[in-house]
Design a binder for this molecule. Sequence first.
Ligand code: AHR
Length: 495
Amino acid sequence: MASRIVVNADRVKGKIHRNLYGHFAEHLGRCIYEGLWVGEDSPIPNTNGIRNDVLEALKRIKVPVLRWPGGCFADEYHWKDGVGPRDKRKRMVNTHWGGVIENNHFGTHEFMMLCELLGCEPYISGNVGSGTVQEMSEWVEYLTFGGESPMADWRRANGREQPWRVKYWGVGNENWGCGGHMRPEYYADLYRQFQTYLRNYGDNKLHKIACGANSGDYRWTEVLMQQAAPFMDGLSLHYYTVPGTWQKKGPATGFTTDEWWITLKKALHMDELITKHSAIMDVYDPEKRIDLIVDEWGTWYDVEPGTNPGFLYQQNSIRDAIVAGATLHIFHRHSDRVRMANIAQLVNVLQSVILTEGERMLLTPTYHVFDLFKVHQDAELLDSHESVERTGPEGELPKVSASASRAADGKIHISLVNLDFESGASVEVELRGLKGGRLEAAGMTLTSDRIDGHNTFDEPERVKPAPFRGFRIEGARLDVQLPPMSVTVLELTAE
Ligand code: AHR
């Protein structure tokens, strides 16, 4: 039986906010230092200290928004330690991640410069767990105040005349865990207090984001919405795909076929989480004013053998590409409520799009999904209906995941993920409501001949997209033959 997907090209369901393709960079392991920041004196080619190879690769995928400085690090970060002359900045211990020295060379100015170079929105995560209301309030003043004030004057003395624009502001991170082990009632009160002093200076308007739930903790969402909804613009959600237990998560490569299925099943759980958290938010915010922001998501495996356990360095395979594609489709489906998501993390940590080793860099299969899917950013989400084959050991998973959108130039993009590592998938795509004449299509696909196919520094192009010709056009219908374990994007034009 072929899977069938009907796309109603004349029915727009909403907008796929580009921020669903957001990223996250924490002071963790080799993400910031080595991965992004090498310093101006490094032999690695760089722009003001940011390595050029990584910068160029990130520009290509159009990173729309970048969350920083954590994660758990955010609630022990004191931003004043990270401004001013670099050689005078305080050296501290990154107690949460590996107990290594943090020299604070990458601080507020460096982060804002990185965002400017990438052309992306900064998303700053403020410290609630070990910080003060004054400290957070002054960070906003330092960044965004254009007049004369102690913080704005200090910013100028540190070399930045004009205030920056900062929209997204997180008030704490995982305050139910590493951010202070708080009860939701206590955090809700703290949230109300902290956010009061986050001022909008000039025409800079903050989008204030409250710390949200840990995966299925629906009570957290209930309490936050009940007690603090009017004071927030966004509420976050964290959910990681961990194939095993937190103690023994399973390897990133060299895994079993059972681990393939369990990983995908757990990744698809994102749909249920968003559905249930959204239902609670709907009660308090039926107009959907408040965004649900999945600001940490992705796969989390055992660290690569021989690497620092506190650095969370893992490889990335075609399995991660499938997780990325299917998860991004889930975000598309919920784009009436989910308006930002940030995969964890950008470079060298968890489900990264880039890995580095010294001066070498590789693009992971997950990178290629973000590259193929960038056509969905800010596009119109088209109404589509699926009747798909089942797969998995007990037929518990959909074999194919799909999404369709129309870009500003009128082109329609259909992304298709085949979750099955063993067999190809026949998909009949019917397009209704098309204006225009003959349908033309072109496509790219990402696949592998092994379930853990991945790129290495010696063979960085083992898994990369290739032109896709496995389709036939019959009027307004496409018969598509997807390779096993693949992520495919078709571009359609009606001539
Ligand atoms: O992304 C790694 C860690 O996972 C983050 O620091 C934290 O917020 C989460 O628990």
